[in-house]
Design a protein around this ligand. Structure first.
Ligand code: NAD
Ligand code: DAU
Length: 339
């Protein structure tokens, strides 16, 4: 039985990954270490709480003793590190926690992994470490120089460098994945797609930053999870993989699809003050993972976005539970600052 430590498994992508592994691979034991920040939500995993192949532990990846105790008690063979502060806007208003978790937390995990010579350390990184592309063309490959622009992406780039340094210096067997924007079930509604769905459902304005012509390369979250699994189980150590769906869309195009599906008017769109340092475009060349590991996405954006909108429509209680907490205060502050 493979024993895997998943960090940040109560968040959006982490909880989708835990669900996928527990449902599809019955020879794995997963320990989920999560601090349960505002973004962590155990509701995402409520149907797996009693699964004999799963153990949840509330805690911080910066807590070296806790991490080492878990590694020893559960004889951990691999780590998949999802735990992070993940929202660019929050990194602009308060960058310090991004360094604490994304850099120092990753360092803590790396030290524990190195000292136990584990089979694999998979760092879940992001295409944002490459910086921004022009609207007119080009894609990020694994050889694109790292050039992060926000405190969030700078912290993720720093952790990527640390992971590589542990491989180079101590022979840690690692992989790094750099994925484009994810969307799908259980995404916290500070992120663009669920935020727009939630606002449209409540007939609230949809705050589009700047001209709305910023482009993201959207990938359905389940397809990100299958790619991570391929990397964890099939990749050679030391390899970096870009992951993306070849689904470039401007923010206005995405908002338009959401409004149409929900039968809401375009008049809900409100152009607001832009995000400082807003990256214009991300686009991923995923040739390496497709050709080397045989991965491919299971859905197009047009299919995935309908599944996603319908999931939020069917899970209004999940959304309400979040929105009724501190979220409203956060949203109002962000919204007011953009007027
Ligand atoms: P998320 O914000 O939804 O979840 C992050 C999780 O990490 C939460 O459950 C939170 O409680 C936990 N966490 C935060 N700090 C922690 C700490 N110090 N110790 C333990 N747990 C902690 O994030 P997400 O969107 O699911 O992203 C997961 C990972 O994937 C991140 O590393 C992010 O950089 C990366 N990524 C995200 C996207 C995307 O589109 N969302 C795309 C590419 C890469
Ligand atoms: O590319 C991968 C990255 O994608 C991940 O590493 C990050 O963790 C994840 O948060 C995401 O970053 P973005 O900044 O691209 O995602 P966000 O959902 O915040 O914004 C997507 C686009 O929508 C971006 O151009 C900003 C815009 N936007 C966002 C919000 C929240 C709006 O126009 N209005 C909004 O209210």
């Amino acid at each position: 039985m493979k024993k895997i430590l998943v960090t940040g498994g109560a968040g959006f992508i982490g909880s989708n990954f835990v669900q996928m592994v527990l449902s599809e691979y019955h020879d794995c034991f997963l320990v989920n270490l999560d601090k349960l920040t505002y973004a962590g939500n155990l509701e995402n995993l409520s149907s797996f709480a009693d699964n004999p192949n799963y153990k949840f532990i509330k805690g911080d990846i910066c807590d070296s003793k806790l991490v080492c105790d878990i590694m020893d008690e559960y004889k951990i063979e691999a780590i998949v590190n999802f735990a992070a502060e993940s929202h660019v806007d929050r990194s602009i208003t308060g960058p310090k926690i991004f360094i604490d978790t994304n850099v120092n937390g990753t360092l803590t995990l790396l030290e524990a992994a190195r000292d136990r010579d584990i089979e694999r350390f998979v760092q879940i990184s992001t295409d944002e470490v490459y910086g921004s592309l022009e609207l007119s063309g080009g894609q990020f490959t694994e050889d694109t120089p790292i050039s992060p622009n926000s405190p969030y992406s700078a912290s993720k780039a720093a952790s990527d460098h640390l992971v590589k340094a542990f491989g180079h210096t101590w022979g840690l067997k690692y992989n790094i994945t750099r994925c484009s924007n994810n969307y799908g079930q259980y995404q916290f509604p500070e992120k663009m797609i669920p935020l727009m769905i939630n606002n449209a459902l409540n007939d609230k304005e949809l705050p589009v930053y700047g001209d709305g012509l910023y482009v993201r390369d959207w990938l359905y979250v389940y397809d990100h999870c299958t790619a991570i699994w391929k990397v964890l189980t099939d990749a050679e150590p030391g390899q970096i993989y870009n992951i993306g769906g070849c689904n470039e869309k401007s923010n206005l195009e995405v908002v338009d699809i959401i409004l149409k599906r929900l039968g809401k008017p375009k008049s809900l769109i409100k152009h607001v003050k832009d995000r400082p340092g807003h990256d214009r475009r991300y686009a991923i060349d995923a040739t390496k993972i497709i050709t080397e590991l045989g991965w491919k996405p299971s859905v197009t954006f047009e299919q995935g976005i309908i599944k996603t909108i319908d999931w939020y429509l069917e899970n209004t209680k999940w959304l309400e539970n979040i929105v009724s907490g501190d979220y409203q205060k956060y949203y109002q502050q962000m919204y007011d600052a953009r007027q």
